[in-house]
Design a protein around this ligand. Structure first.
Ligand code: GUN
Length: 295
């Protein structure tokens, strides 16, 4: 079987068009949803993510308040920027790009963001709301994976989904969302991680495999059941002297071999990547609607 390629760019564009319509309607009511973006330091990957987020805001008509801070920014200085954004009614969403430089406390920063503006869904209040099934901002990458499945008509309900990876950003929330009693859930979920012996013995039982391990070739063809659906969350830079940038992006899945066995698969780039930013835009628009009592 040769897999159907799930086109993340196309699905992301569809959702962004829907959001543009929402933003247009909000503007008629005098509301311009705003996203506050904070980048500390000059990690090249983080810089390119943040630039892409700012560009995406502009494209659908959101206002973005961009704050690029030096790598020597102190914790109190960073907290002051967050406090200002918490107070500012023009800002509906706050995004602090992770990882932060080592001298800064990520947990204190995430805790400081007003849960009503936590469009990343990383504040423990939002995480808790999600886990107990209350209305919450869903974290963008897991929500993007679920949208890719739903909009590709993959049935999540009743499926056995194996998530490989247990990060706070992807694996843990994704596994939780998939098992919720909700339209995007009702799956049977298995989580594998670096201490799981013989990951393949689990993934071979899966209807859907989601790779979020952060390591190339974590999922090889022998680990996939014929006809399974494979979502690759990995974004790994590997050196490639033939490229202008000196590197290329690969996922966690051995794409060329796995695509001959899976029924559907996401590519890297062009799979989950475009969805993450799209769901951030979605949360920001949602937050603006909530702040104005429109939902
Ligand atoms: N770093 C990697 N992924 C993310 C994300 O989704 N949000 C933020 N804020 N930082 C990240």
């Amino acid at each position: 079987m040769t897999a159907l390629i799930i086109d993340g760019k196309k699905i992301a564009t569809e959702i962004r068009e829907e959001l543009k319509g929402e933003v247009f309607k909000l503007k008629h009511r005098g509301i311009v949803p705003g996203l506050g973006v904070i980048l500390v330091g000059d990690d090249p990957a983080s810089k390119s993510y943040v630039t892409a987020k700012e560009k995406a805001c502009e494209e659908i008509g959101l206002f973005s308040d961009d704050n690029r801070l030096s790598s020597r920014t102190s914790q109190p200085e960073l907290m002051a920027v967050i406090a200002r954004m918490n107070r500012d009614p023009k800002i509906n969403g706050i995004l602090v790009q992770l990882p932060l430089p080592r001298h800064l406390s990520e947990s204190d920063v995430l805790l400081a963001i007003d849960p009503e503006k936590d469009v990343d869904g990383f504040n423990p209040t939002n995480v808790g709301r999600m886990v107990v099934g209350e209305k919450a901002f869903l974290p963008c990458t897991p929500h993007g994976c679920i949208q890719l499945l739903l909009r590709s008509q993959v049935k999540i309900e009743g499926a056995h989904v194996v998530v490989v990876g247990r990060s706070n950003i992807v694996g843990k929330p994704l596994a939780n969302m998939l098992m919720q009693k909700s339209p995007y859930g009702n799956a049977t979920v298995t989580i594998c991680h670096t201490r799981t012996p013989d990951i393949g013995s689990f993934t071979r039982q899966a209807d859907i495999v989601i790779a979020a391990a952060g390591k190339p070739n974590t999922i090889t063809a022998d680990m996939i059941r014929e006809g399974a659906v494979v979502i690759d969350v990995g974004v790994n830079r590997i050196p490639d002297p033939t490229k202008k940038a000196g590197f290329r992006l690969v996922g966690d899945v051995d794409f060329e071999a796995v695509k001959e066995k899976a029924s559907m698969i996401t590519p890297v780039p062009g799979g989950v990547g475009p969805m993450t930013i799209t769901m951030l835009l979605y949360n920001t628009v949602e937050s603006a609607k909530r702040a104005n009592a429109l939902v």
